[in-house]
Design a protein around this ligand. Structure first.
Ligand code: X2X
Length: 334
């Protein structure tokens, strides 16, 4: 429903809250929830997308950003997205999305992607297409370009992780996800599923001794304040799908849908560049803040996963079709 403010001159408060050129309420207001702090490139580029979208639609479409779990944790935001209370949510396919659609976790298989070129080729290609198809079957729209979170590294308050033996029995936080839990159990650790909103406090109060995330998150969420070591395990890559409630999406005209997708996918591409930059430069900053880094040989970790039957189990769960699409990009995983 299109709301016009004929007496805009008299409604100074409303007019003042909007840029002058768009001095009327937007026709479509979409809220976007994210689970990471304001300063993370995900939010920086989502804000840029909001401005670009307003310009590209002459103010007809407004994207309102709610970063840092302001609308609730991952599980809360996901149920709001499904009910339509929240129009947009950036969510990893390996995170709570996989509690509804188990197949979306396949991009998080341990040590699957060796580098960024390999993974963008897969996620912007056949694997991404396959995953968006699965998401769409559940009545949720996923835009084409996945946003970068990054290659994940283990941080702890107790000791550096050099070999799988160092993870033995370690209480480590993972997102709420069967694949993530299985990965760390297979490596001998004692993982606990916790939404990102509670990660800082659970590290601070020592509910867990460690967690795993890329440098851009360790910096934005100030995880270095409550952790001492960062071991460069690169054990998996993760990203965020830009998800949209199907009924909200259907309210946009095809032209507005096209503009929305173009602007948001463009912002995702810019975010990828920024995250890649940060993940290269942040180590020095974080080291200066006291985090102690060590490099890790991935071979014994991959071997431990094979020995524990991790690849065999997940190949069975995802099924031969999805697994072959993954291995088309990564080479044989065993
Ligand atoms: O929950 C996490 O650790 C985070 C922020 O990286 C994800 O969204 C998967």
């Amino acid at each position: 429903s299109r709301r016009r403010f004929a007496t805009l001159g008299a409604t100074a408060a409303i007019g003042a809250a909007l840029p002058l050129r768009y001095a009327r309420a937007a026709e479509f207001t979409f809220k976007l929830g994210t689970n990471v702090p304001e300063t993370h490139p995900l939010n920086v580029h989502a804000r840029k997308a909001a401005t670009a979208l307003q310009e590209a639609t002459s103010g007809r479409v407004e994207l309102q950003l709610f970063p840092n779990n302001q609308l609730g944790g991952d599980a809360d935001m996901f149920s709001q997205l499904r009910s339509g209370a929240l129009e947009c949510f950036t969510l990893s396919g390996v995170n709570v999305l996989s509690t509804l659609i188990p197949s979306t976790a396949i991009s998080g298989v341990g040590f699957a992607f060796k580098d960024y070129p390999t993974l963008w080729k897969a996620l912007d290609g056949r694997l991404g297409e396959h995953l968006r198809g699965q998401i769409s079957k559940s009545g949720i729209i996923a835009l084409e370009k996945i946003w970068d979170n990054g290659f994940r590294q283990v941080t702890t308050s107790t000791k550096p992780i050099v070999t799988p033996a160092d993870l033995k029995g370690m209480k480590i936080r993972v997102p709420v996800s069967a694949l993530w839990t299985s990965l760390f159990k297979s490596l001998g650790a004692a993982p606990t599923g916790i939404n990102f909103a509670e990660v800082y406090s659970s590290l601070q109060t020592k509910i867990v001794d460690g967690q795993e995330n890329p440098p851009a998150i360790i910096a934005a969420a100030k995880i270095y304040e409550v952790q001492k070591y960062c071991s460069l395990t690169n054990h998996m890559w993760d990203g965020w799908w830009f998800l949209i409630n199907r009924r909200a999406w259907a309210r946009l005209t095809p032209e507005l849908q096209e503009t929305f997708a173009r602007v948001v996918n463009g912002a995702a591409m810019a975010e990828r560049e920024e995250v890649a930059r940060q993940n290269e430069t942040l180590q020095a900053d974080l080291a200066a803040k006291g985090l102690i880094f060590n490099t890790v040989d991935p071979a014994p970790f991959r071997e431990a996963l094979s020995t524990a039957g991790f690849y065999k189990e997940w190949k069975g769960k995802f099924g031969p079709e999805a697994w072959s699409i993954l291995e088309e990009a990564t080479g044989t995983l065993a």
